[in-house]
Design a protein. Structure first.
Length: 346
């Protein structure tokens, strides 16, 4: 099969498009014919550049931390899946042989594309327990994006923030992947009131298009003043952030109202941000950082996307052979939407 392989860290050209042996699914595993894998700024691009060595990748490595496609082979002692099933897989999973439902496994775990071969390949073998069915109404390109971002946003808003219908949430980075997904979950799934915040009118326009009730361009306006106007001085119930912009987040934090919650899964512009502790204790604010997701939420996330409640933003789809170009585009641009690689395209 063809795959992208990192033999040494370096520029995008370090990604080699080459022939490698087809993976053979072990006991408790399935093999997926990959139709989509997303390109991620940190776990793919930064990894290839050599900035993520603390995660313990071992070269040579096939990157790609998610995938979606069709089951084309089944290992021994797997009854849950059949050849031809539409599935997706992503994230941390068992590294050694385990039961098809994952029961009783106490061995090492690691992320596909970092600790075990990833989705930048025509074929990938994964434990059957981590695969999730993809609804017929959802195409593989969007399914892969859902697997990468929707469960994290879902976990932050539903479980960590416990955002309720009718509450108000301020979504930072509204034009980014986690931001745009957060807007749709908050509005279309939970029924909250949504304020989208971003650094340009174009990104605010996208946030409104995705369902936000209000938008604030914090490069033009004081975000604290604008949010307090929108909420009639009450402030927001939840502040959702994965940017940690040191010049903006301190003001946004002061826009949190009584018993409010700040939830985050990243610090791309940080990590050091000044927090007003008097506001923290006067308003009884809870701050929670929670990366990752709850696996049990995956079917609900995919179903919401299939129903059109969540529409993942895709910038472009490229053949697997153009992975280096995809990496270069991400390094050079801060565009909206994901780049997806499709090994089935010529």
């Amino acid at each position: 099969m063809k795959a992208i392989v990192i033999h040494e860290y370096g520029p995008p050209e370090a990604l080699r498009y080459q022939d490698v042996p087809d993976p053979v699914p072990r006991q408790g595993e399935i093999r997926i014919k990959v139709h989509a894998a997303t390109v991620n700024r940190v776990l793919d691009v930064s990894l290839r550049a050599g900035h993520e060595t603390y995660r313990g990748p071992v070269l040579p490595l096939i990157p790609g931390v998610d995938c979606a496609g069709i089951v084309d082979a089944i290992g021994p002692q797997v009854d849950r899946w059949r050849v031809g099933d539409r599935v997706a897989a992503a994230g941390v999973m068992p590294l050694n042989i385990c039961a098809e439902d994952g029961s009783g496994y106490n061995g090492p775990r690691g992320m596909m594309g970092i600790k075990r071969p990833g989705g930048f390949a025509e074929l990938i073998a994964v434990p059957a327990c981590v695969a999730v069915g993809v609804p017929e109404a959802l195409d593989f390109h969007r399914a892969a994006v859902v697997m990468r971002h929707v469960p994290t946003a879902w976990n932050l808003l539903v479980h960590v923030a416990e955002l309720m219908k009718g509450e108000t949430v301020l979504i930072m980075g509204a034009g980014g992947n986690l931001g745009s997904i957060g807007i749709q979950i908050a509005k279309n799934v939970i029924g909250a009131k949504v304020i989208a915040a971003a650094s340009s009118d174009e990104r605010i326009k996208l946030g409104i298009h995705l369902g936000a009730d209000h938008g604030v361009n914090y490069a033009t306006w004081n975000i604290l003043d604008e949010v307090m106007k929108i909420t009639g001085g009450k402030g927001v119930d939840v502040l959702y952030d994965n940017i940690a912009n040191p010049s903006v987040l301190p003001l946004a934090f002061r826009a949190i109202g009584m018993d409010g919650r700040l939830v985050t899964a990243g610090a791309h512009a940080g990590p050091n941000v000044a927090i007003d502790f008097s506001h923290l204790y006067h308003k009884r604010i809870t701050i929670k950082g929670r990366p990752g997701y709850t696996p049990a939420d995956l079917p609900a996330c995919l179903a919401a996307a299939a129903e059109g409640k969540i529409v993942p933003q895709i910038d472009r789809v490229l053949p697997l052979s153009r992975a280096a170009e995809a990496h270069r585009l991400i390094e050079e641009n801060d565009g909206q939407g994901k780049i997806v690689l499709d090994p089935t395209l010529a």
